[in-house]
Design a protein around this ligand. Structure first.
Ligand code: 3PY
Length: 251
């Protein structure tokens, strides 16, 4: 098992961030920050498919695992980033056990799943397909994102699907989906997050969540969440620069 997956399944604290800037320089800067992993965001950024492999390569130089959030459930999205050498995938908007199972089948090779074999970078362009096949099922992290009212209602069935490592909560989408946006919806949203966390932990899953700031990582960690995606490169760039400019103007 890879170090990254072992840490996931053993529920060790992992702090990562989304990578949304489509350039290897941004990946190198981010990978040098002390993060445990990166999640290249193909769903909500302008990163194109051809660029993803170079971003993974840049993370590999720094020995930081780079997973990819794919833009949908299609098996070809999952195959393409895993073939490029991603350390795992984050599959968004999983709302039913059938969708969770489909994500698992697309991520794992037979006999567990149905992932197709290709001569990509992960398999040394075909030179080491047997080696790669032998280790991929043990090493790759599969995280699925629960972020809808339907996903919340189906969490017990979703969490019962085998060979999924992380149930990842998307609080932004979840708040919209369950009508719990803003300060007025905080208690309702927190209750939903707690329900997902409790149910997924009871099924033996690791639980992850997106947090826009580090303020409440401790509190959610106490609740049992261990896999955190903290903001993104663009958010940190914006916040750091705005803070610097504001400080400069105050002098
Ligand atoms: C959410 O909060 O909905 C997310 O998907 C985080 O990226």
């Amino acid at each position: 098992m890879s170090h990254f997956r072992k840490n996931c399944v053993e529920k060790n604290l992992l702090i990562g961030t989304f990578a949304a800037i489509p350039h290897p320089v941004a990946i190198e800067v981010t990978a040098s920050s002390g993060v445990d992993f990166l999640c290249i965001d193909w769903e909500h950024s302008q990163i194109g498919r051809e660029r993803i492999e170079d971003l993974i390569r840049a993370a590999d130089v720094h020995r930081v695992p780079a997973m990819v959030r794919v833009p949908g459930h299609a098996p070809e999205f999952i195959a393409s980033v895993l073939d490029a050498g991603a350390a795992g995938v984050l599959v968004p908007r999983v709302s039913t056990a059938a969708q969770a199972k489909a994500a698992m089948l697309a991520t794992r090779y037979p006999p567990i799943g149905e992932r197709g074999v290709g001569p990509g970078r992960a398999a040394a362009y075909g030179y080491r397909i047997p080696d790669y096949l032998a280790k991929a099922n043990a090493e790759l992290v599969l995280a699925i994102q629960v972020e809808t009212a339907e996903g919340l209602a189906n969490i017990a069935e979703i969490a019962a699907v085998d060979d999924i490592d992380v149930i990842f909560i998307g609080p932004g989408d979840l708040s919209v989906s369950i009508d719990a946006m803003g300060p007025a919806g905080k208690d309702k949203l927190d209750a939903a997050i707690e329900t997902i966390t409790r149910t997924a932990l009871a099924a033996g899953r690791t639980v992850g969540i997106f947090r826009p700031s580090p303020d409440d990582i401790g509190a959610w960690s106490t609740a049992g969440i261990s896999f955190f995606l903290l903001a993104s490169d663009t958010m940190f760039l914006g916040a750091g620069l705005a803070d610097g400019v504001a400080q400069a103007r105050r002098q």
